[in-house]
Design a protein around this ligand. Sequence first.
Ligand code: ZN
Length: 327
Amino acid sequence: MKTRHALFTRAFMMAALLIAGIAGATLSIPVSASAPMLKTTAPGWYRMMLGRFEVTALSDGTQTMPVQKLLIGRSPDQTRQALAAAFQPRPYQMSFNAFLVNTGHKLILIDTGAGQLLGKHLGELVERLEASGYRPDQVDEIFMTHMHPDHIGGLAAHGERVFPNAMVRVSQREADYWLSQANMDKAAPDQKAFFRDAQAAVAPYIHAGHFKPFSGNVELSPGISAVALPGHTPGHAGYMVESGDHKMLVWGDVIHVPAVQFADPAVSIDFDSNPAQARATRERVLADAARNGWLIAGAHLPFPGLGHVVNDGSGYRWLPVSYTEIR
Ligand SMILES: [Zn+2]
């Protein structure tokens, strides 16, 4: 009896499917969406809590980069293979991230994106900041990791301060290097623009008395201290952000190509002003990050650029944060 019932049920279902198929064919159910594709990206910000601090990652945009030509210590073919093995798009798309920390007492922006300096794919930071719920005039302080155009360009627009109430902090060594007329004069012709752009970006802040370099690994705001990470630029600095037991190191440009440099931190990039020093800094900070379990925030790690570093064989592996919504 059971068997007969089962057979009946199966036959009934098959018949029903057949009828549905015929009906579908007869009524010509549409096979393509009537709404056109939008081909736009989500607003480009990501928010999480770090103890009692609120951290917002802001994407300034992504930009194609010929990294196979830029890495030092890797042939272009080796880099291409590593990128393909990591399923990276060709050409390589590099993220450009900045980080906003609301300590509850101050709103602090770490780096400012490229502004108008590096083309139409970057310079989205203010739009993303506003989409995330803040306004530029609410930023109290800006901590610069360094003064390259993709980090400092967002400070000013048309010679005016984009963040009218913010005090800009940068390491004294970095400021001395980029604001020196003598250094600019002796720089190679293709390097002079770096000096010009850095000087133009900070000029309105200097004029307003809103530019204040710091020396050493000092605490700049309760819970946020500078950490010297020299090599990428002479005064390149990270910022250790601490709330309770939670620690996050915003490390700026320690790594540019995760698919290559986590596994082999000895590989530097052409943008490093002192590749040997950059390598030593990278090796030291990666070992510290893995040993201490710090959250890392990276300017050129895939957006949101937040995650952890773990040991993996002779090198390291990057573990991005797990997407979590704040409730
Ligand atoms: Zn950079």
